[in-house]
Ligand binder design. Structure first.
Ligand code: GLA
Length: 277
C-alpha cells in the first residue's frame, strides 16, 4: 500500500445525548479514499489508483491482512466520485458500472466477510462537491433505503451545493431516514464544517443527538502544514468542542495520514512506518 490511511475522530469527551443507533461508542477508525485518491476516475490509464471496487477491495485486504483490523481500523470508506452521473430508471443512485461492476452490495459483502465495514458518501445538495448526483431533501428517504439495501455500514453526508436552510432540514431528516431503515448505519455529518465549526452557529447538542460524528473544520491536505493547521484549530477551540463529544458522538478533524518512511527519511517529510511498495 502506498501512502494511506486513516480516519477519523480524535475524541474529546463530554456529556450530551447521542444518536440512538448504538454505534460508534468509541471513535470510528478505518480508511477513507479522499485525501490520497481524490476523484481519479481514469481506470484505463491509472488502474491501481482510480476510484473503483478494486481500490476498496485492495484496502480491505491490507486492513485485514496487515494487522490494522486488530488495532480497530475496521471501516473502509468510499468518498466522492463513486456513482454514475445518472440515477437508475427507478430514480435510485447507482455506482459507476465500469468502475464498480460488481455493485456496492457485493463490495459490502467482500468487506463483511473479512470482519470489516463499508462506508459510502452522499451530499445534501443537488450535486456532490465533484458534481456527481447528490441527495437533496426529496431524495433522502430513497437514498437512505438504497444504502441500507446495499448493506452499507456508514454514511458521510457532505454539504456542497446546499444552503443553510436545506442543511437545517436535511441533516436531521437523513438521521431519521437512516434509523427508519432498521439497519444500523453510522452517520457522519459534514454540516458544522459548512457553518464555520463553532457555536453559536453550530449547535453541538443537536449534532450529538442526530449524528455519530461530524466534520468540524476544513479538509486535510497532503502536507505537514495542513496537519498543523488542523491541530492548531482544534487546540484553540477545544473548550467549545470538548463538551460535544462522548460515546456515539464525536468531533472529526478529518483523516490522519500515514506516510511510509523512505530510507533514509528526508527531514522535511515526517513519516510513520516501514516502507511499503
Ligand atoms: C468536500 C469534503 C471532502 C471530500 C470532498 C469530495 O471537500 O470536505 O472531505 O469529501 O468534498 O468531493
Amino acid at each position: 500500500m502506498h501512502v494511506a490511511v486513516l480516519l477519523f475522530a480524535f475524541a474529546l469527551t463530554g456529556t450530551t445525548l447521542a444518536l440512538d443507533n448504538g454505534l460508534m461508542r468509541t471513535p470510528p477508525m478505518g480508511w477513507l479514499a479522499w485525501e490520497r485518491y481524490r476523484c481519479d476516475i481514469d481506470c484505463e490509464n491509472d488502474p491501481k489508483n482510480c476510484i473503483s471496487e478494486n481500490l476498496f477491495m485492495d484496502m480491505a485486504d491490507r486492513l485485514a491482512e496487515d494487522g490494522w483490523k486488530e488495532l480497530g481500523y475496521v471501516y473502509v470508506n468510499i468518498d466522492d466520485c463513486w456513482s454514475s452521473k445518472q440515477r437508475d430508471d427507478q430514480g435510485r443512485l447507482q455506482p459507476d458500472p465500469k468502475r464498480f461492476p460488481g455493485g456496492i452490495k457485493k463490495l459490502a459483502h467482500y468487506l463483511h466477510n473479512r470482519g470489516l465495514k463499508l462506508g459510502i458518501y452522499g451530499d445534501m445538495g443537488k450535486l456532490t462537491c465533484m458534481a456527481y448526483p447528490g441527495t437533496p431533501l426529496d431524495k433522502i428517504e430513497l437514498d437512505a433505503q438504497t444504502f441500507a439495501d446495499w448493506e452499507v455500514d456508514m454514511l458521510k453526508y457532505d454539504g456542497c451545493y446546499s444552503n443553510a436552510m436545506e442543511q437545517e432540514l436535511g441533516y436531521p431528516l437523513m438521521s431519521k431516514a437512516l434509523n427508519a431503515t432498521g439497519r444500523p448505519i453510522g452517520y457522519s455529518c459534514s454540516w458544522p464544517a459548512y457553518q464555520g465549526g463553532l457555536p453559536p452557529k453550530v449547535n453541538y447538542t443537536q449534532l450529538g443527538e442526530i449524528c455519530n460524528l461530524w466534520r468540524n473544520y476544513g479538509d486535510i491536505q497532503d502536507s505537514w502544514d495542513s496537519v498543523l493547521n488542523i491541530v492548531d484549530w482544534f487546540f484553540e477551540n477545544q473548550d467549545a468542542l470538548t463538551p460535544a463529544a462522548g460515546p456515539g458522538r464525536w468531533n472529526d478533524p478529518d483523516m490522519g495520514e500515514h506516510r511510509p518512511c523512505p530510507v533514509p527519511s528526508p527531514l522535511n517529510r515526517p513519516c510513520s512506518g516501514p516502507e511499503h511498495s
